[in-house]
Design a protein around this ligand. Structure first.
Ligand SMILES: [Fe+2]
Ligand SMILES: [Fe+2]
Length: 182
């Protein structure tokens, strides 16, 4: 399997979690109800799986490999990096609004929903650009050996940053929440 295919597959998992989060936000907006266990699971998924693991694979291995084959950093790679920074800010803002909400400030739910929707919208266009523009640019220039080397590096990042047990736990979370919300 091409290394970029692994990242595309991860995007599909991330998109499912966004669809679940949209339903959770709709429920919060209409009934004022938020299942804290489900929400905390999603927040952890964003911080650990999306940022540490998926963005880690892109920032530490894929983007440098793309630069090596002549794709300039001042261009699509730079745009992707700045969107990762924006994504982190959104997740921080969602976490802060959630802490306020949990502390009893029900009005914090409006900010929480806004930040969640902003994050989803940013990331959906980000994923679309990576799948359809950036990754194909890399794929057209990487040798078979480079794809294999990247794939092995991705596996290593996954084990080091989230661990096999945690990875399975996230799969379980997505399955469980999909059955409830989708
Ligand atoms: Fe990315
Ligand atoms: Fe990505």
């Amino acid at each position: 399997m091409k290394a970029t295919q692994q990242l595309k597959d991860e995007h599909q998992g991330i998109i499912i979690v966004f669809r679940i989060l949209e339903k959770i936000c709709d429920k919060l907006k209409s009934d004022g109800i938020l299942n804290t266990e489900h929400f905390e699971g999603i927040l952890e998924f964003f911080k650990v799986f999306v940022d540490k693991c998926h963005h880690g694979k892109e920032e530490d291995l894929l983007f440098p490999a793309m630069e090596e084959v002549g794709i300039p950093r001042q261009g699509p790679i730079g745009v992707m990096l700045s969107e990762h920074v924006m994504g982190r800010k959104f997740v921080k803002a969602i976490s802060e609004a959630y802490s306020e909400y949990k502390a009893g400030n029900a009005s914090a739910s409006a900010g929480l929903i806004d930040h969640a929707k902003g994050y989803i919208s940013l990331m959906l266009t980000h994923i679309d650009k990576e799948d359809n523009v950036l990754y194909p640019m890399g794929d057209s220039r990487f040798s078979k050996e480079k794809q294999e080397e990247l794939y092995e590096g991705f596996e290593k990042i996954e084990i080091e940053r989230i661990g096999i047990g945690k990875h399975e736990e996230f799969h379980g979370l997505i399955d469980k929440l999909s059955k409830i919300y989708l």
